[in-house]
Design a protein around this ligand. Structure first.
Ligand code: AMP
Length: 433
């Protein structure tokens, strides 16, 4: 074991004790995984759409049309996913967890620890800072929640701040937390933007073992002196790369600087870039890196293009829905207003559809997502940003009605066609000249 059991505690300011990321204890799962894509994002066909100027996906003015070679969107012979079997070292019953917590995990239908859980849980229990290189679908949420819950049960005054990029992800984390803590008196609250701040201020007056927040909103609450970060014992940065992508870098740094130097810091991210490494160096204390290497799933997803003329794009889409092959479909559109319009038009044509995009309020987005998840809507029309972090099982088709900005976005989009070995199909609309 390379882990430093008696790690030095942080002293002085957060920037005073810099450690290089490359010097941190790195460990990898050796390729074992539960299927997924991270490897593909990094080493695969990473390409920027020509003319999109680096893929600024939230640009204000008109959208420059990305240019792609349509052959990139075709894969008629997807390879079978043969998942490497990861053999976990632990069972949930051998981590030394509270018996009730182990029972709850079992009751949730979670039997064996996933690779990230198997490796991360003991480190967090031991008090190490951890960099978890893993993305949605690997069980990363339970990987950090389970050991923090265990520690909070032992030290009831622990306070955890979990930062997440989107409201949806924050809510999902709280949902999982509630399930895991059903037998305990542990309290949590969610503080996210786009929804009234008052109830959040109220909820922060109560004791909260867990505050789950988006960076902008919690910083706002800190500045209004409604939340005191000086009492925080653990900070979790979930989907850190996405928070950085979304421009939260300064907020994240400000928040971390206001928490105690001897806090524990857990950093979860699908990828590491320069900014992420710098954050790690500046704010983490001798972190252990655990990477769940994943295979590129792009070659295991059936992909095809849907040619359409300039005036029959929508009709072409409707035709696809004539049979019953398209069971549960996510359609990606480029702009908030076009996504809304498309979903309304589908409904007008008898196809049950919901939409999520940045112009909707948080409760509206939650309702749409719930309808889609429960099968009450056959289609979810979404923008890339709104679809981040959400996971829905058994999506049979992903349709790129509008082209993504970058090939990375394409890979993210089509990765939503299912989980594990069950993959669906991706269809990309391409205009014929
Ligand atoms: P996440 O990667 O945290 O987004 O987790 C994705 C889903 O996997 C969630 O619905 C979890 O309930 C589920 N899950 C978490 N851990 C496990 C596990 N060890 N085995 C099977 N499913 C799991």
């Amino acid at each position: 074991m390379e882990s430093t059991k008696n790690r030095p505690r942080r002293s002085g300011s957060s920037s005073g004790q810099r450690r290089s990321f490359s010097n941190s204890n790195r460990r990898s799962s050796g390729g074992g995984s539960r299927g997924g894509t991270a490897g593909g994002y990094k080493g695969g066909n990473r390409r920027s759409a020509g003319g999109s100027g680096g893929g600024g996906r939230r640009g204000g003015g008109g959208r420059k049309m990305p240019t792609f070679d349509p052959s990139q969107f075709i894969n008629k012979n997807p390879v079978e996913i043969s998942e490497e079997v990861y053999v976990p070292k632990h069972k949930f019953s051998t981590f030394g967890l509270n018996g009730k917590l182990v029972k709850t995990i079992r009751d949730m239908g979670i039997e064996t620890p996933s690779p990230i859980q198997d490796q991360v849980i003991p480190e967090i229990l031991d008090g190490h800072d951890v960099i978890g290189l893993a993305e949605t679908g690997t069980g990363k949420t339970a990987a950090f929640l389970v050991p923090i819950i265990e520690k909070t049960l032992k030290e009831y005054d622990r306070q955890t701040l979990i930062l997440a990029p989107t409201r949806e992800l924050a809510i999902q984390i709280q949902d999982e937390l509630k399930k895991l803590t059903r037998d305990f008196k542990l309290y949590s609250t969610v503080c996210v933007g786009g929804t009234s701040i008052r109830p959040q201020i109220q909820s922060l007056r109560r004791q909260n073992h867990f505050v789950i927040a988006t960076p902008g909103r919690i910083l706002d609450l800190i500045n209004q002196r409604k939340y005191d970060p000086s009492q925080v014992t653990t900070v979790v940065l979930d989907e850190a790369d996405r928070m950085l992508d979304m421009g939260f870098i300064k907020d994240m740094r400000d928040i971390l600087s206001l928490t105690p130097d001897d806090r524990e810091t857990l950093f979860f991210s699908a990828t590491m870039n320069k900014e992420a490494e710098k954050m790690v160096n500046d704010f983490m204390n001798d972190p252990i890196t655990i990477s769940v290497k994943k295979k590129d799933v792009t070659n295991s997803i059936a992909q095809d293009v849907v040619p359409h003329g300039h005036h029959d794009k929508f009709e072409t889409l409707c035709k696809l829905f004539e049979g019953d092959e398209l069971k549960r479909v996510i359609i990606f559109g480029a702009m908030k207003h076009s996504v809304e319009k498309l979903s309304k038009e589908l409904v007008r044509h008898g196809i049950s559809a919901e939409s999520i995009h940045g112009n909707k309020t948080h409760p509206q987005r939650q309702r749409s997502l719930a309808k889609f998840k429960s099968g009450n809507a056959r289609v979810l029309v979404a923008t890339d940003v709104a679809a981040r972090g959400i996971h829905v099982d058994n999506v049979s088709h992903v349709i790129n009605y509008d082209l993504p900005n970058t090939f990375d976005d394409y890979v993210h989009r089509i990765g939503r066609t299912g989980r594990g070995t069950k993959r669906g199909k991706a269809l990309t609309f391409v205009a014929t000249k």
